[in-house]
Design a protein around this ligand. Structure first.
Ligand SMILES: Cc1cc2nc3c(=O)[nH]c(=O)nc-3n(C[C@H](O)[C@H](O)[C@H](O)COP(=O)(O)O)c2cc1C
Length: 203
């Protein structure tokens, strides 16, 4: 029987899993559950949540990044209430992560430019929408100029989406880790701010 991991090993494994998920997405090899995450936000009316794609991980500095339309409701919410939670679930390993984050919006700077440069035209296509996400439309609207249909924009055409593109940089303040197992669940909390503090929790 392999010995149970220490808190430090478990914490390191969380970040390794995030990095692996990203690598598998980029290589289009396997579909790790951590490739998408639910962003939970506060609103003036209560709370909101939606799925986004994990785009970058910094395991050393404890940051993750995702992309969004700069006009989206979540951007307004994150600006008004700059605290949020990222929820991830990997069914293969039965692991849930809850990341308490402090978001930072990047639209017109080198961070957004770098991510935009690496985004292929298919990913850029959704930023060509003429309409604010969530705005009422008189008929179904595909989220990009309808004449594009299933085609990809040319690299030149895709540049029209750049003003609508935003990167949300998430400083991870704490991780709540839960692994389900018939042999016993494992729950732990890894806090980075204001001081590093790792604890086992009752599941
Ligand atoms: C699998 C999946 C991945 C998604 N990835 C993103 C994403 O990376 N960024 C994003 O802004 N929206 C993404 N969406 C759409 C959002 O869930 C949401 O519908 C949209 O961003 C509008 O949210 P908002 O009005 O709360 O801003 C994704 C949806 C799904 C189903």
């Amino acid at each position: 029987m392999t010995p149970a991991p220490s808190l430090a090993e478990l914490e390191a494994d969380c970040w390794q899993q995030l990095a692996t998920a990203l690598e598998q997405k980029q290589n289009r090899t396997e579909s790790h559950g951590f490739q998408t995450m639910t962003v939970a936000t506060c609103t003036h009316l209560g709370a909101d949540a939606r799925t986004v794609v994990l785009r970058q991980v910094d395991a050393d500095r404890k940051y993750v990044w995702f992309h969004t339309d700069a006009r989206a409701e979540k951007v307004i919410q994150l600006e008004a209430f700059p605290n949020a939670v990222l929820l991830l679930w990997d069914p293969a390993q039965q692991i849930q992560l809850r990341l308490t984050i402090e978001p930072r919006l990047h639209t017109d700077d080198h961070v957004a430019d770098d991510h935009w440069q690496k985004l292929w035209v298919g990913g850029r296509k959704q930023y060509l929408s003429a309409h604010t996400p969530g705005s009422v439309q008189p008929a179904p609207y595909p989220g990009f100029p309808p004449e594009l249909g299933e085609n990809l924009p040319s690299p030149e055409e895709s540049e029209a989406g750049r003003p609508n593109f935003a990167v949300i940089e998430c400083r991870v303040l704490a991780v709540d880790y839960l692994r389900l197992s018939r042999a016993g669940q494992t729950r732990a909390r890894f806090e980075y701010e204001p001081n590093e503090r790792f604890n086992w929790l009752a599941p």
